[in-house]
Design a protein around this ligand. Sequence first.
Ligand code: NAP
Length: 266
Amino acid sequence: MGATFDFGGKVAIVTGGGSGIGEATATEFLRSGAKVAIAGRKADRLEAAAEKMRETTGGEVFCFATDVRVQEQCQALVEAVVRHFGRLDILVNNAGGARHAALRTAPVESWRQDMALNLDSAFFCSQAAYPYLKAAAADNGQAAIVNISSMAGNGGTIGCGGYSAAKAGLQMFTRVSAAEWGPKGIRVNAVAAGMIATQLAKANWAKTGFDAAAATTAFPLRRPGEPEEVARTVLFMASDAASYITGETLIVGGGPTIKGMIDTDD
Ligand SMILES: NC(=O)c1ccc[n+]([C@@H]2O[C@H](COP(=O)([O-])OP(=O)(O)OC[C@H]3O[C@@H](n4cnc5c(N)ncnc54)[C@H](OP(=O)(O)O)[C@@H]3O)[C@@H](O)[C@H]2O)c1
């Protein structure tokens, strides 16, 4: 598919850009003309993903090993990107993931890790990015943050209480940061992903015997989503096409909450 948006001259950070939804998002930004920095803990994973992106898009990718649960590392990431590319226009807070633990017995450390990875990280990176995004908006009128939430943050997921609460918190962080930073030209939105068939998800499904096809038979779209489908929504939210949208969470989930009582299919 060709580029839908034009991000020529813009610089984006995608946390968790070395795999899954983050990798797809970084690739789509590169295809659309942006320069992209990807961050994650494992430098070798980042470099391998970056090499693939350079081959497929010809774009400029910068890798920076970062643990987004650590505030100083988020600050260092943003500063390194601005040193490398000279500016910052877009931040995608994508790094995240769920732990499985029943609330009745969940260890406090599991709860704290869910919060640190899925919520603290967005606060740390956004706060570090704020002065540079403000400068970018003053320069060209637009800067954007897109937070990757989950439908677990809307409907809740049994066995993922910490994750669900953190992703719901991320949606509220999106609203308040949008309100505080909108006057400076920074839009903040969230994308709440549903069941997405990343490499890692597919490997987990195969390992646990989870049948994604059966699990999606009640979805209007009858299938899990692809990482690129989330990525293209992120690009829309970050683009000038969304210039009057801020503080919102857009669900990319194939419509699983829509239910009916009679079969109307032909
Ligand atoms: N896939 C789905 O069905 C789905 C559904 C709803 C929401 N989401 C959300 O979408 C986002 C991406 O998920 P995904 O499915 O694409 O996951 P993934 O393939 O597991 O990718 C997660 C990425 O985050 C990075 N990461 C993990 N912990 C990190 C840390 N402490 N610091 C920096 N980077 C870290 C990982 O790299 P390193 O291991 O190298 O650090 C990895 O590249 C997450 O926020 C997830 O909650 C996914």
